[in-house]
Structure formats: structure tokens, C-alpha cells
Design a protein around this ligand. Structure first.
Ligand SMILES: [Zn+2]
Length: 316
């Protein structure tokens, strides 16, 4: 019998499910569309059917538990609470409902926290007791590991670096506040920076040929690689804002490393260099040149499911 965990990543579009062994090999995987189940109970039924269909044909497996990563996941209650991008409003008791179908240990936390545990169990943070994971996707997610444990905070929601105020009275954020870090340092943020730079200057740019609503972080990355001035300036600006916030994080938590992950992280040194420069300029001297910013070693495609499954190995 080989020991396996199920990892479930609940995303706005799609919920991915994987059966994962202790080394991080995905033995079987499937997915269901999240948005189609507008009723939460229907979602739970669809999810449990998908899990059963996935594990029934697998033989000689010892299922040790189910780990779930979800936006606005509450670790203590096993709930998802007021998620902005999921179809169900209010508080949804995922763990309690799913336990009706599967009598195994279950743990739920927010997706960025799950990514941090994924790095700890399978990725670049093996054996590291203090580190931070920052996911630069549509928004900015973060997970903090302090003294070997994920920081959940008093109410289970700790680690929302994306909503630290980066610019007073800045861009409007999905959370209702203004100037949150993620409105600048994310795939969405860099797109908005480019739009501002294009309208506030006459600098030549290949990005001017692209209709405004089609500008993406990927196109900005490609333009920057070709030396486009606007794209390069956007990376500099994004990195500067991110780096200052990371310096604040370093001053508080003293991590050994910061692992960057997600769509915008794929830009590599274009984002890391200005981020590192601004971080070093703003950390206490005692932390200078000590904190490594590195890219995740986990593949983007599987990281969310791996992170969710890693919760099982960490907790049970
Ligand atoms: Zn916000």
C-alpha cells in the first residue's frame, strides 16, 4: 500500500483535484468547473463525485487525508468566507460538507498558504524554517512560514500581504480599499502600470499597437525582452513597489528566503532585479544581502494541487 494525499485547489474558474504521493508525484488528476455550480451544495456533490471517480479505479492506495487550498480559506473553521471570485457568497463550510462523503482527515487553508506548504514539502524550501512565498498572479497572495509553522493568525486569515497599503489613495482594489500592494505588484497591476505610462507619455512603444484591453503581462514581458522602454519602466516600477513591501516583510519576519511564484514571476530577472534592489535599499542593515529572492521550483501547472496535498503531510 502506498500512502497518498488528495490535493484540491478551488479556483475561480476551475477546481483541480490530484492524488499525490509523498514525493510529490501526481498519480491521478481531474478537474471540475467551479463557476457552473452556482449552488454550493451542488458544487460539493460534483466535487465528491469527481473525487470518487478519481480514486475508485486506483488500487493499493492508503488515503491519508484531503488538503484543500481556496481563496479566503479559514484554516480553523474549514470554511471559505466571502471569496470575491467564487460563485457562492458568505461563508461556505467546505470541510464539514465534504466530510459527509469522505471520512478522512481534512485540512483547508488559503491558496497562497497551501503554496507555501508545497514549497516546504516538495519545493525549494525543504528544511527551511523561515520563509515567505509570494504569488504574483491576477492578485498577490502570500504565505508566511515562521519557525517551521505556517502563520495562520488569530482568525485563520493571516498573511494577506497583497492588501498592505503600498500607495496612499492609490489604485482601487477588489477588497474595497485603495492603494493595496496587489493593485501594483501583480499581473493585473503591471498591465495597469503600462496603461498609465502609455497615456502619460509620448515614449515610443510596441505596446501602443495593441488594443488596450488586450495588453497582458505576457505581452509586456515580451516587449521588455525586446528592449521596449515602456515595458522596462513598468517592470522597474512594479519591482520597486514590491521590493519596498518585501523589505517591510523582511524587517518583521526575518525570512531566509522569499520564493516568488505565479504568472508575473515567469518574467524572471526583469521583475526580480528591481525588486531585490528596492528591498535591499529598504531593509535594516542587519538584514542586508542575506535574504534570497528566488523563483519557485514547482511547476506552475501543478503547484496549487501539490500545495494542497502537502497540507496533509504537514498536518497529519
Ligand atoms: Zn486590497
Amino acid at each position: 500500500m502506498s500512502e497518498v494525499a488528495i490535493g484540491i485547489d478551488i479556483g475561480g474558474t476551475c477546481t483541480c483535484i490530484g492524488v499525490v504521493d509523498k514525493k510529490g508525484n501526481i498519480i491521478a488528476e481531474t478537474s471540475i468547473p467551479t463557476q457552473e455550480s452556482r449552488d454550493f451544495n451542488v458544487f460539493i456533490e460534483n466535487l465528491s463525485t469527481a473525487i470518487s471517480d478519481l480514486i475508485t479505479p486506483l488500487k493499493n492506495l492508503d488515503l491519508r487525508g484531503i488538503g484543500i487550498g481556496a481563496p479566503n480559506g479559514n484554516y480553523y473553521k474549514g470554511t471559505v468566507e466571502y471569496p470575491p471570485n467564487l460563485p457562492w457568497k458568505g461563508v461556505s463550510s467546505i470541510v464539514d460538507k465534504l466530510k459527509i462523503y469522505f471520512d478522512v482527515p481534512m485540512v483547508l487553508t488559503n491558496d497562497a498558504n497551501a503554496a507555501a506548504i508545497g514549497e516546504m514539502i516538495y519545493g525549494g524550501a525543504k528544511g527551511i524554517k523561515n520563509f515567505v512565498v509570494i504569488t504574483l498572479g491576477t492578485g498577490l497572495g502570500s504565505g508566511f512560514v515562521v519557525n517551521g509553522s505556517l502563520m495562520y493568525g488569530d482568525d485563520g486569515f493571516a498573511g494577506e500581504a497583497g492588501h498592505m497599503t503600498a500607495i496612499e489613495n492609490g489604485r482601487k482594489c477588489g477588497c474595497g480599499k485603495k492603494g493595496c500592494l496587489e493593485t501594483y505588484a501583480s499581473a493585473t497591476g503591471i498591465v495597469n502600470t503600462v496603461k498609465e505610462l502609455l497615456s502619460n507619455s509620448k515614449t515610443k512603444s510596441s505596446l501602443r499597437k495593441i488594443p488596450e484591453n488586450e495588453i497582458s503581462s505576457k505581452l509586456i514581458y515580451e516587449a521588455a525582452k525586446d528592449g521596449d522602454k515602456i515595458a522596462l519602466e513598468a517592470f522597474e516600477y512594479t519591482g520597486k513597489i514590491l521590493g519596498i513591501s518585501l523589505a517591510n516583510i523582511v524587517n518583521i519576519t526575518s525570512p531566509k528566503m522569499i520564493i516568488i511564484f505565479g504568472g508575473l514571476a515567469k518574467s524572471g530577472n526583469l521583475i526580480i532585479k528591481p525588486t531585490k534592489k528596492a528591498m535591499e535599499a529598504n531593509v535594516l542593515p542587519v538584514f542586508r544581502d542575506k535574504v534570497n529572492i528566488k523563483l519557485s521550483e514547482l511547476s506552475e501547472e501543478n503547484a496549487a494541487v501539490l500545495g494542497a496535498s502537502a497540507l496533509v503531510w504537514k498536518e497529519f
